[in-house]
Design a protein around this ligand. Sequence first.
Ligand code: G6P
Length: 777
Amino acid sequence: MAVGSAMQSFFKRIAHTLRLDSRQTPYKTLRPVAVVLGGAIAVATVLLLVSSLLTAVVQSWSRSDLQLRARIIHLTTQDQVEALLRDTSPVAKLQLEKLFKRLISDERLEAVGICEPDGQIRNATPTMPARLTCDKIARSKKETTTEISFDTQDVLVSAFPLNGGKDGHLLMVQDLTYARSRSDQARVYILIATIAAATLVGIAAAFAALVLYRNWRAALRSAIEDIRAGRVDVPHPPTSLPGELRQALDQYDLVRRTIDGVHIDWSPETLRRALRSELPDTEVIVVANREPYIHNRENGQIVVQIPASGLVSALEPVIRACGGTWIAHGSGTADRETVDSNDRIGVPPGAPNYTLRRIWLSDEEQDGYYYGLANEGLWPLCHIAFVRPNFRETDWAYYKSVNAKFADAVVREARTSDPVVLVQDYHFALLPRLVRNKLPNATIITFWHIPWPNAETFGICPWKEEIVDGLLGSSVIGFHTQFHCNNYLETVDRFVESRIDRERRSVTLGGDETLVRAYPISIEWPPSALATQAPVPTCRAAVRARYGLGNQVRIGVGIERFDYTKGILDRMHAVDALLKRHPEWKGRFTFVQAAAPTRSKIASYRQLQEEAVALADTINSRHTANGWRPIVLSIRHYEPPEVFEVFRGADFCVVSSLHDGMNLVAKEFVAARDDERGVLVLSTFAGASRELAEALIVNPYHAYEMAEAMHHALLMPVAEQEARMRQMRALVRTRNVYRWAGQMLLDAAQLRRRLAIEQLAQSNAAAVLSTVRGTAA
Ligand code: G6P
């Protein structure tokens, strides 16, 4: 009873909270079913009672029927019988016998005879039961009917007075078995009808129950979706619920499981909820070199640009979901004009919901910190793309001072003593320690967006100890893959005196623990650039028109920053190899390479661009025919909607990084293909290949292998494309960027709770100690 009412009130609260129609709660849903079933049982009981009554009625009907027949026979034969009885001649006797024999030819009339006034039965048919006597049946002057049971048979005996009884009685004996069998038959029919009716009602009730239960489940599921998406709050279920309901209700616990990082459907709402419940009232500050929105002055107008950066496309949706402050280098030509007096501006433009705080860097600072140490030193060092890293003392000095400048900005921007600081990338290896020194209670999560090489390779960096130590100021350090985490732990082990706990995947230095974990980065889902896209055939037509391609020409694409780590030259060599090995593609296939200029101040980048232009020319002139060319090289910046249009217009996309932390282009291509078509050719050296196993995985250093993958992609049957694409889309959808950020924040929250307990234990121990000392003194 208590369980029942607890459940009822719980469902009422759920229904109220979720604004469900109260009929959708299980109790009310099942009530009509119970009514139908109860009704079925009642009808069956009534039918059984009626069946006994009906049996009796049928029996009495049959008896009256026999009586009536006897009376009719008597009336039609009375005169003849009385006349023959009065005639004592032997002929009359014979005629009487003959008449009686004819009468018993009716199957239900068993025997006929005369009860003489002396009490003897005479002129009887031979079928007259021997044990029948006239005593009780033929006394009255009126017609009588008597039921008599013999051993094997029941009979109905009708006696009709002849001449008012003076000439005795005419006896007619009829078999009652007929009446019995008639009522038995009636009973069987009634029973069959009862069972059939009960079965039909039962089936109808079961069907109704199923339909109602399904509706209820659907309502429950949509309610769970509401909870998961954070649209409603959930009351706590009572603990004493029966099994099946308990199971259903356990689904309500999704939010909690989401927050534990086990569940899958991460969205901006779940991320916000995770932050709210696990890190309540926490301030979020992002530090990244690249700003999410760049204001440039072009032709006298201020134009907003979204930079081509994996970091920006991943992090921007996260900060949009959480709110907070993004501290970045103000690199646009109109950036200073657009900020307020505190160098702040609300973004996204038009619908601001977080603050961009811009930091100004001098040319010298940029050259030393960004171009120098970050992009000529650490970038090639970590990517192992066979471009020699350069380490210059002056670059290092700027790197240190710019890290300090950003760290100061973090401290100034912080409104609380314990913000969550999300530090991004190799530009800020020293910043975590600097912030930790100023804000010891901050939760600092550093994510290294590029690979981390093995200890031996990292060992060539002159400032390896400082860099490793600077990073250990973080609460959590994240890499894309476990492989890079292992490399980092190995580097710590080699160059810094610390305690490494491989089980917990953490490093403890000077009493502070840093978790080192893999968090594969991803993109937002659904991607906002997809919202404005035309259908795939329209995109294809637009791409063909833009690059001057014929209607039948198949399209391969590559889109990224013009970076030597991306293997752009290698994929051009692969296109050359494809046309040599499979000349049938000449005139029927074009590779579109879109590349955004980047870091052009650095010689290796300028050189790459020149080499790429020259190589495209060489390959084009080698294969060109009738105005067709195999490679279209488009060197300019592409905004996200244009990138998505190119992806949607292509037959395949090549990501041929020589080394890459993750590579979000691969994930964006998959996200752009909501038609589930198109093939991804993906380098085994990009972190994304660990997750997107259904791509055609290639070694970008092997031109022939890549050429064969392109050939395979162009010939791949639609069903196979769909199967592969569906699988990859499911992965990108569930492992989206909200999950990436959510899992880091949850790990940080756990660490924060642990630290709070340790601090509490320490202050308790100190209090005990001072009490003991006081007592001793
Ligand atoms: C890589 C780095 C990012 C960087 C991006 C663009 O993805 O990991 O930190 O933002 O390249 O490079 P850029 O130098 O233009 O910011």
